[in-house]
Design a protein around this ligand. Structure first.
Ligand SMILES: [Fe+2]
Length: 512
């Protein structure tokens, strides 16, 4: 058992006597994956780490659960200790730690570190949320393909020290190993150049062992670790955390994976996601059935953030596997098709209708606003994996948002393009009543293979106020009682880990 006296007596030498058996067995630094915090509430936050002295080979921890020490300070200089203690890192959870720190004060910064034997983790900063914060700083991130680029965006984000980072998915990519170097793709009148800057650590991942090692690979990145250590995160999943374009219990290629194989794969993916994310709720596992509750409502000053799950409860995509989807296609407009599922739709409607917040944020993976890839007046050719593929469900959402909800703001990712858009009552008619704003972040590092088509078709999408398909980066939001400012930060060179990151566009949000 850790005591304050023991800690004080050894802290100077960086020693903490906890988990003596593990200490003896762990000869190299187990904190290779850094620290993280998340799920910020006015009085609590989740602190995370995972013990992994050999991160790319299953972690490398000895058999059995391990006791880890932790300490929380009220200042970055570590003068004022708020809390200290021990917590178990269960072997069953890949020796990850999810410590719920309670009894905190709202809108306050805290600093924390974990210890095992002689080893101490990096220092993390976190912050509780507060409904009464006057000035809030939120960051939006998504899509961080390891192979497509480096994470300079995260260094810039870390230096900004946001109150919270909202990550809307594609934290890992499940694919195999790409060939290093440049790759050219010919489009009409344009050659697109992409580069694989570093490689995945295995073929396409399907097992728990694979997913753990893939998360570990991504989490070895120092810029990603810095962004986690700088602020609490809210995280929700998109497709690549499991399998490209999966929907509920349907993989992208049902002819290549049986329903049973996909369920087992999804269970592994959900388990590994929990083990590597600063979240409170582990997956519910019943036999081979696994489900995750990633949703939540968080209040940051004038912004009420609804963290959504647009992947786990949706109906399967229709109109073929081509992009854009093949039309006409009868089932496309079927009113029974859903993105959120009935329970989440109801939960969201209830929360929005009772919200007192000036800004009502919907944070999720995919674009709520439309984007057509043909000219009017033909039936819009669209991406069937986004809300565009579920027009009846989107219309239900539009009708809800347009019914007196104060300043709905959708924050999304998935599509690897930065965009500021207005969602209209009739989504493809920019002259109809505006009902919501949308800010889509670009990707942290993932390629935008459809940039040519996006740029070519922009004139057919007059509801788009800002579009940058060519650069990687993230969004900053500065929210007060009176204003909302969005800043698009872009990486000058995504193939350079030390790249400069600069402001591409700033947009003040107008009240709806
Ligand atoms: Fe992505």
């Amino acid at each position: 058992m850790l005591t304050r006296r023991l800690f004080m007596g050894t802290a100077g030498a960086g020693l903490l006597l906890s988990g003596s058996l593990a200490r003896a067995a762990v000869k190299t630094n187990p904190f290779t994956l850094g620290v993280a915090s998340g799920t910020p509430r006015p009085d609590s936050v989740i602190l995370w780490t995972r013990l992994a002295p050999d991160p790319l080979q299953g972690g490398g921890m000895p058999f059995g659960d391990v006791t880890v020490g932790y300490r929380v300070w009220e200042d970055a200089e570590r003068r004022k200790v708020l809390r200290e203690g021990t917590i178990t890192a269960p072997q069953a959870d890949a020796h990850s730690v999810h410590l719920k720190l309670e009894g905190l004060r709202p809108g306050r910064e805290y600093w924390y570190a974990f210890t095992l034997g002689d080893f101490e983790s990096p220092l993390g900063r976190t912050r509780t949320s507060s409904p009464s914060s006057n000035q809030v700083r939120l960051a939006l991130a998504s899509c961080q393909s390891w192979q497509s680029g480096f994470y300079a965006a995260y260094n810039d984000m870390a230096s900004w020290t946001p109150d919270c980072v909202i990550h809307v998915g594609d934290y890992i990519y499940e694919g195999g190993i790409s060939t290093l170097g440049n790759r050219a793709v010919e489009k009409p009148g344009e050659t697109l150049n992409f580069r694989t800057v570093r490689q995945h650590n295995s073929a396409e991942i399907t097992t728990l062992w694979d997913y753990r090692n893939r998360y570990a690979l991504y989490k070895t990145d120092p810029a990603l670790q810095a962004a986690h250590a700088a602020a609490p995160w809210l995280v929700t999943m998109d497709d690549h955390e499991v399998d490209n374009n999966w929907a509920a219990n349907v993989p992208q290629d049902p002819w290549a994976q049986t329903p049973l194989e996909f369920k087992v794969r999804k269970l592994a993916a959900f388990k590994a996601w929990y083990e590597h994310m600063p979240v409170e709720r582990p997956p519910q596992i019943d036999g081979i059935e696994a489900s995750l509750d990633m949703t939540g409502i968080y209040r940051f000053g004038a912004a009420q953030v609804h963290l959504l799950d647009t992947r786990q409860f949706r109906d399967d995509q229709v109109c073929g596997n081509e992009f854009p989807g093949q039309l006409p296609c009868d089932s496309h407009a079927d009113p029974k098709r859903s993105v959120l599922g009935a329970a989440q739709e109801q939960w969201l409607a209830q929360s929005l209708r009772s919200s007192q917040a000036r800004y009502n944020v919907l944070a999720s993976q995919m674009w709520l606003s439309p984007y057509r890839f043909n000219d009017a007046p033909a039936e819009p050719a669209v991406n069937m994996d986004a809300w565009d593929g579920y027009p009846a469900a989107r219309q239900r959402m539009i009708d809800l948002l347009g019914d007196g909800i104060s300043n709905p703001v959708a924050l999304s990712g998935d599509w690897h393009c930065a965009a500021a858009m207005t969602l209209h009552a009739s989504p493809f008619d920019a002259k109809s009543k505006p009902v919501a704003h949308e800010f889509a972040g670009t990707s942290i590092s993932s390629d935008c293979g459809w940039m040519h088509e996006m740029d070519t078709m922009r004139p057919a999408n007059p509801h788009v106020q800002h579009l940058n398909t060519r650069q990687r980066g993230y969004c900053r939001f500065e929210v007060s009682d009176k204003s909302w400012l969005t800043t698009y930060r872009v990486v000058e060179n995504a193939y350079d880990a030390g790249s400069l990151v600069k402001t591409d566009a700033e947009m003040k949000l107008h009240d709806l």
